[in-house]
Design a protein around this ligand. Structure first.
Ligand SMILES: [Zn+2]
Length: 427
């Protein structure tokens, strides 16, 4: 089912397929449409009201495909050599199916769940969630577990896949928080003129200096969740790598992070971007003719901040740097939420993770990218990103990439693991 976003056509067909599976299993299902007509499925299995509802959050849209680069039809759904191929198998229709099957299994028992369980499969995640999870949480909170006088829902959603082949045992992240996007622009003004008579103050040159000054990773530091992750890795990994993780989780971890930051960034994948805030220029506009010096130039930035970074303080600092060059800094948009604390659900996830094939090491983690979980966290939910599927680096690289696919046997194991989690959490 192609449901590429933008524009998101086809999200409705995915929502209907999930609804048809959940209807008749004792769940109340409905498809809610945002003002722009984007459909999201909400399916509720009643349970005792004293405990927080458990929300299983997925999205029905997928990122575009560069069709010519795929070795198979991205929407063919073919199973080849034990792998199911298709855009969305990992991100995240496969996970939506895990959620649905787990709740169908829970509903088939003859006792009432200990808490309400709500399957939420939303539109529009890949374009920011404003027509999906963001809209639901803001305008229909009562449908997704927020009820006055009752505890806030706990949420399971996307986040980390298990990863094999890096250290001796696979790693199984339980994502408790994510970096917060902060978009801003900087505008420089200068003296316009002819290219043959260059004025002293040129907008593009001033702006270039500002870009050079503020772009890149900020000073490395350890968020408590990353310190905990490094401690878990130090206890798992042998040899020099293990000793380095020991340094990072030790009393001088901040200093070690600063010293090791370049190596971590070049060799440790996402971890390298979880030890500092980053500021990255993403769009630049200025000039209109090759021999004219423009009077104005502008650049936009995408900053990604650790969950405990003070975005206002950062903007003030950037504003001060800009003012020295007569450059105006202006916020465009921000989002984000604090990291979630530990709850008994975390312990369930850790226990089930360590029983997956290969005995993965569960590790608390952050992600550099933003997901729909932030809307729930920002409203007070405890939310974890957890997908019980252990992937090789090769398969993980197909996420948002070419030839996205999921191992069929790992998928079956993941459905069982998700069912175990949901059953334990609702018993
Ligand atoms: Zn996703």
């Amino acid at each position: 089912m192609p449901s590429v976003n933008p524009p998101g056509d086809g999200e409705g067909a995915v929502a209907e397929l999930l609804r048809d599976r959940l209807d008749g299993s004792g769940l109340g299902t409905q498809i809610l449409s945002s003002p722009a007509g984007r459909p999201s499925l909400v399916a509720r299995l009643p349970g005792r009201p004293a405990r927080p509802p458990l929300v299983l959050l997925s999205h029905t849209d997928v990122v575009p495909v560069e069709g010519g680069r795929w070795r198979r039809d991205p929407f063919g759904g073919e199973i080849i050599a034990g792998e199911l191929w298709g855009r969305g198998t990992l991100d995240m229709k496969g996970v939506a199916v895990m959620h649905a099957e787990a709740v169908v299994a829970l509903a088939s028992r003859d006792r009432e769940p200990d808490r309400e369980v709500i399957v939420v499969a939303v539109a529009d995640e890949e374009a920011g969630g404003g027509e999906g999870a963001g809209w639901l949480v803001a305008d229909h909170g009562d449908q997704v577990g927020f009820t006055d006088g009752r505890p806030q829902p706990e949420v399971l959603g996307e986040g980390g896949f298990g990863l094999s082949g890096i250290v001796a045992r696979p790693l199984m992240p339980i994502v408790v928080g994510e970096k917060a996007p902060l978009r801003f622009r900087a505008r420089a003004t200068g003296t316009p003129g002819h290219g043959s008579l260059p004025p002293e103050r040129q907008a593009i040159r001033e702006l270039a200096r500002f870009v050079e000054k503020v772009s890149g990773p900020r000073r490395a530091r350890l968020h408590p969740v990353m310190r905990e992750q490094f401690a878990a890795l130090a206890g798992t990994v042998e040899g020099i790598q293990g000793r380095l993780f020991g340094l990072l989780s030790g009393p001088n971890g901040h200093l070690a992070a600063r010293a090791l930051a370049p190596q971590l960034r070049s060799r440790a994948g996402a971890i390298g971007h979880l030890i500092s805030d980053t500021i990255t220029p993403t769009e630049i506009h200025g000039g209109y003719k090759n021999n004219v010096v423009p009077g104005e130039a502008e650049v936009s930035f995408d900053a990604r901040l650790l969950p405990d970074t003070d975005a206002d303080a950062l903007l003030r600092e950037l504003g001060r740097i800009g003012r020295r060059r007569d450059i105006e800094v202006e916020e465009i948009w921000r989002s984000g939420a604090p990291a979630s604390p530990r709850s008994s659900l975390f312990d369930v996830l850790a226990a089930v993770s360590s029983r997956l094939p290969g005995n993965p090491v569960p590790v608390a983690s952050l992600t550099p990218g933003a997901t729909d979980l932030r809307f729930f966290r920002a409203r007070g939910s405890t939310a974890y990103g957890w997908v019980p599927l252990v992937l090789s680096p090769e398969l993980l690289a197909t996420f948002h990439g070419d030839d996205e696919r999921i191992p069929v046997d790992g998928f079956a194991t993941a459905v069982s693991a998700m069912t175990e989690v949901v059953t334990a959490a609702a018993s």
